[in-house]
Design a binder for this molecule. Structure first.
Ligand code: IPE
Ligand code: IPE
Ligand code: MG
Length: 246
């Protein structure tokens, strides 16, 4: 169990699971082996987050730019998601995990979309941790889709432009109803967001860890949560001690 007081546990942790290919390369293995090992890390990360009282865990599984990879790697990644849902849905459901999928659902393989919908539908009423799977997800694409939707409502005369507030935009994104991530972790040592949750990350704490995703252990995750609990978040305001008497 986590030893952190509940008030310092982030409600929403989002992870850019990076470094599968390099993990495999370092062992003289094909990249796909890194992705396979990465799925085991996913299982462990969901368990650890749930156990610590994290309410939402978002995992970046496939980006809208990952289509630029070789076809064989793309089908490996699609296949892995499919196997993950097939094999793990029952146990995730048993563990009261609620699944949400974010990202563009148009043009997804016809064998994949029904599985994603089934995962969401089966677990819809679960009350444990929400596992948000970002698949075929890109923040700019998500924002563009939201803007198109809002523009359509304005054009149809159902929405006044003055009603387009940050809240309204947030509610039009794939993440509608999900609180912004408190903590975004990226593995593999890269220090960039790569088009992940750009709108929602406005005040997220960012953490970059050197481990490749397949090596991201429960201990590393717990250490990241402990480091998060030491961060001071100000949201543009003042440190509470300085704000007193102002
Ligand atoms: C992350 O690992 C998994 C996905 C992007 C799907 P990578 O495949 O990006 O591995 P590296 O970054 O090339 O090592
Ligand atoms: C980000 O990793 C996407 C996922 C983890 C799914 P990438 O490996 O695609 O990002 P870049 O290309 O290094 O920025
Ligand atoms: Mg990468």
């Amino acid at each position: 169990m986590s030893s952190l007081p509940p008030s310092t546990v982030p409600a929403h942790v989002a992870i850019i699971m990076d470094g599968n290919g390099r993990w495999a390369n370092a062992r003289g293995l094909p990249r796909t082996m890194g992705h396979r090992k990465g799925v085991e890390t996913v299982r462990e990360a969901v368990r650890t987050a749930a156990e610590c009282g994290v309410a939402y865990l978002t995992l970046f599984a496939f980006s809208s730019e990952n289509w630029n990879r070789p076809q064989s790697e793309i089908s490996d990644l699609m296949g892995l998601l499919k196997t993950f849902i097939r094999r793990d849905l029952a146990s995730l459901h048993r563990e009261n995990v609620r699944i949400r999928v974010i990202g563009d659902r148009a043009n997804l393989r016809s064998d994949l979309l029904p599985l994603l919908l089934e995962a969401e539908e089966t677990t819809r009423l679960n009350t444990g941790i929400t596992l948000v799977i970002a698949f075929n997800y890109g923040a700019r694409d998500e924002i563009a889709r939201a803007v198109r939707k809002l523009a359509g409502e304005v054009a149809a005369g159902r929405l006044d432009p003055s009603a387009i507030t940050p809240e309204r935009i947030g509610a039009s994104l794939d993440t509608a109803g999900i609180p912004d991530p408190d903590l975004i972790i990226r593995t593999s040592g890269e220090e960039r967001l790569s088009n992940f949750l750009l709108w929602q990350a406005a005040y997220s704490e960012l953490m970059f860890v050197p481990d490749f995703w397949p090596d991201f252990s429960r201990e590393t995750f717990l250490a990241a949560l402990a480091r998060y609990s030491m961060r001071e978040r100000r949201f543009g305001g003042l440190q509470p001690t300085l704000a007193v008497g102002s």
